[in-house]
Design a protein around this ligand. Sequence first.
Ligand code: ATP
Length: 257
Amino acid sequence: MHLPLSRAIAPHLHLLDEVGSTNAELVARASSGEAQDFTVVVTTNQTAGRGRLDRVWVAPPERTIAVSVLLSLPDLPLEKVGWMPLLAGLAMTRAVASLVDPPRVSLKWPNDVQVDGLKVSGLLTELLVSPRAVVIGAGLNLTMTAEELPTPAATSLTLVGADATDIVDRALAAYLGELRQLSDAYRGSGFDPEAGLRDQVVRVCGTIGQQVRVELPDGSMLRGVAEGIDSVGRLLVRDDSGVQPVAAGDVTHLRYE
Ligand code: ATP
């Protein structure tokens, strides 16, 4: 596989036949100095993918892509790190929308992309402290059949009508192009989400306006209406006692009710 469209956007692209986890692989390469800004590790055969909180990410061979991108961000203030998963989610939402009917595609805060309310992609961002960088991992279901889906809440691009021709390169290039443009703009703004990123995320975020149930790590439950996203990327949920900000790292599950 040559991936000409994707390589044109990301010259430091490493296509692996098989890997346990693209995120783990790229973190290891970055730690040993073998990766630079916008180095990409991608495979269609990720054998040990993980979601948040070490949950299993299911990926039958040749049916999905797992892609990880290193963004070297030495000036990124720590309090702005919370926007990076949302920026990546926005990039994936736009990429998916370029391949299927756009109004059907939305971002489920903080890290899922859905088509018709079903998960087609999940993202996982890891922070590297020194030198500061983030590794943004994404799994994207390309051609999984209905029988191959891990849960009834999942879907794949071809199941929602995308053309399967050259789908690996087309989907990857669409995502990398959006990620490059959004990350360049965010850097260019001095990491100011008010310079456009917040509005763009809010526009595609299907969570806002929903009645949600948030499971917190201590087992307690927050129920309310998701009203917006605050300046550090937290979801604002209004319940009887007021507006509660919820950080992605503090959410065990978020469900729409
Ligand atoms: P929740 O939706 O419960 O809040 P989450 O979206 O944050 O969880 P992650 O940890 O990001 O969940 O992803 C892991 C979950 O995604 C798994 O528990 C499983 O339900 C689901 N999943 C696993 N593989 C896939 C896949 N290929 N496509 C869609 N969903 C998947």
